[in-house]
Design a protein around this ligand. Structure first.
Ligand SMILES: [Zn+2]
Length: 168
């Protein structure tokens, strides 16, 4: 998909050519849906008969892209959904301005770490959002900024990205 930090979720069957959105959901067997990220979170979603992927950064988290993906999957008949948070920048490493820190933690309290360090914990934020919807969460626990085996935009990898992929 062509990702724009939006809250747009599309249901696809594999016939689309790089749709503009930040989450994809499919019920088509053998169709892999993918998100590219290097510090933002690639979040996969699995349920009986339907899977999804979301590209979740700070902007997407605030817009509720992960929750919207789950809502679309529930709408397609998913009952029990498991989400997996892929490699992404952690709450120790994602420093933002004090103003931005205050703004985001007011909207999503789980992202708070410390006012002194003003780093945001996006993984905790999406975990709180999805847990509230009854989604089971797994977190691979890999920080892209700290682990040299993964691309990190903050770490200077301007072009390279990881891909999170899931299929039925
Ligand atoms: Zn880190």
């Amino acid at each position: 998909m062509h990702q724009t930090h939006s809250d747009v979720v599309l249901v696809v069957d594999g016939s689309e050519n790089e749709p503009t959105c930040d989450a994809l959901v499919t019920q088509s067997k053998g169709v892999g849906v993918a998100a590219m990220a290097a510090d933002c979170m690639p979040v996969t979603f699995s349920a009986d008969g339907v899977v999804g992927i979301a590209h979740v950064g700070r902007v997407g988290l605030v817009k509720g892209i992960a929750q919207k993906t789950v809502e679309v999957m529930f709408g397609l008949g998913a009952e029990k959904i498991t989400a997996t948070i892929g490699p992404s920048i952690c709450g120790r490493c994602y420093e933002v301005s004090p103003e931005m820190y205050s703004e985001v933690i007011a909207l999503i309290p789980a992202t708070a770490t410390s006012a002194v360090l003003h780093t945001l914990d996006l993984q905790a934020g999406v975990t709180a959002q999805l847990s509230a919807l009854g989604v089971e969460i797994r977190n691979v626990g890999i920080c892209t900024r700290e682990n040299p085996e993964y691309f990190s935009y903050r770490g200077g990898d301007v072009i390279e990205r990881q891909a999170g992929i899931i299929s039925l």
